[in-house]
Design a protein around this ligand. Structure first.
Ligand SMILES: [Zn+2]
Ligand SMILES: [Zn+2]
Length: 187
């Protein structure tokens, strides 16, 4: 391990212990904790990892479907007892959109939080989550193509936006919506 990498690891660990989970990039400071049993809606950034079964991949770890319950990887945690687990989302749409603009191949999701919901100043964290809407870039992800998105095509292990020229074997936004019963629109 290089010295540079060691410093990165140390910085990562200190952030982890101070409660700012950097690898979970939808993360926010876990301040002003309040609990709620109401369903609350937020916005987050994710990859679409499977378009047929509609599975999403978090920015750094974690996979989930349209309707999921969280299982914490921390030993002995009963949801929430570790103080940081759950499905995260931002209260502010702009934060999720800005994140999606910085990360190639990501989409914005509108999600509803259920079960035990923790309210923080910038976002929510919950035991259960339902994806309500998928918002994708209006522009084809192909390099130097500025055409309008009509659907999604596979790229490595996730899906990216595609125009009519680059969609190939991909799926149109309309068909994704039909299959999933979700609203699928461009940002
Ligand atoms: Zn936990
Ligand atoms: Zn294109």
């Amino acid at each position: 391990m290089s010295i540079d990498n060691s410093f990165k690891t140390l910085r990562y660990l200190s952030n982890w212990f101070s409660g700012i989970e950097k690898p979970h990039s939808n993360a926010f400071p876990l301040s002003n904790m309040e609990y709620s049993n109401e369903s609350l809606s937020g916005w987050k950034t994710a990859y679409i990892s499977n378009i047929d079964t509609l599975f999403f991949k978090g920015l750094s770890f974690g996979k989930y479907g349209v309707d999921s319950d969280y299982s914490c990887f921390r030993k002995g945690c009963i949801f929430g007892s570790c103080g940081r687990c759950g499905f995260y989302s931002f209260k502010d749409f702009d934060k999720a959109r800005d994140l999606a603009e910085k990360r190639f191949g990501t989409v914005v999701l509108k999600v509803s939080h259920f079960g035990t919901v923790v309210i923080h100043s910038e976002g929510y964290r919950s035991q259960s989550q339902i994806v309500d809407e998928i918002l994708v870039s209006p522009i084809c992800a192909n390099f130097f193509c500025n055409n309008q998105t009509i659907g999604m095509r596979v790229n490595k292990d996730y899906y990216v936006t595609a125009c009519s020229r680059h969609i190939g074997e991909g799926v149109s936004l309309k068909d994704i919506s039909k299959q999933s019963f979700l609203r699928v629109v461009t940002l």
